[in-house]
Design a protein around this ligand. Structure first.
Ligand SMILES: [Mg+2]
Length: 218
């Protein structure tokens, strides 16, 4: 049984594990981007998540989950360039704002966090679902969470992770309508959006981390 919530200390460990996972995925993510973009996505993720890991290691003990998420967003945005750096940075900052005052993130808080990230992405970007972007994964994750009144954290993470994966894989069948790959039009068909795949991997890594934890004492 995995713990049913994460406090700030656990969230820091979880995000460090996610960061290490994303760094390991660099070559795969770069190969996805090389097919339809400029091939820098794996590098961007490696640089951004290394910055997150370094930042989290230096935060004082006792900061809340909101600060952990906000600082992760600041460091990701500060370390990376390009649209994806701004978007993921803003999403993490929005997640931090949504968690203000929370001591722990359980299933219900995770659902709030996920919807705040989608709202931030929609506000910051120009994409709609179906445009072959990061939003397709984020939106599908939120749809997978809808209707679960009292989700436990592992259940919510699992659902969101599977939703994001389906959403990310579905982008392979979409023509690109926005961003650099839109110049390719139908030639982008058959290749998924790298940002959407990245988001799905982040959620999968969060789920895997939680699964490996011993139940909390309380
Ligand atoms: Mg690129």
């Amino acid at each position: 049984m995995a713990p049913n919530s994460v406090n700030a200390a656990a969230l820091r460990q979880m995000l460090s594990f996610v960061s290490e996972t994303m760094v390991r995925e660099e070559a795969y993510l770069t190969s996805l981007d090389a097919a339809i973009g400029d091939g820098d996505h794996g590098i961007t993720m490696r640089v951004g998540f290394n910055a997150i890991k370094q930042k989290l290691g230096g935060l004082p003990e006792g900061v809340g989950v909101d600060t952990v998420l906000r600082e992760a967003g600041f460091s990701f945005m500060g370390a990376t360039g390009g649209a994806i750096g701004v978007l993921l940075g803003k999403m993490l900052m929005a997640a931090g704002s949504a968690m203000k005052g929370q001591q722990e993130i359980g299933g219900a808080e995770f659902r709030t966090l996920m919807s705040s990230m989608e709202a931030a992405l929609i506000a910051a970007g120009k994409a709609k679902p179906g445009d072959k972007t990061l939003l397709d994964a984020v939106h599908a994750a939120n749809e997978a969470l809808a209707g679960d009144v009292q989700p436990d954290l592992l259940g919510a993470l699992t659902k969101a992770s599977e939703g994001a994966r389906r959403g990310a894989e579905s982008t392979a069948q979409m023509p690109a309508r926005i961003g650099r790959s839109s110049r390719l039009g139908d030639r982008a068909l058959g290749n998924p959006d790298p940002g959407a795949i990245s988001f799905a991997i982040v959620l999968r890594a969060m789920t895997a981390w939680l699964q490996k934890q011993a139940p909390s004492a309380d």
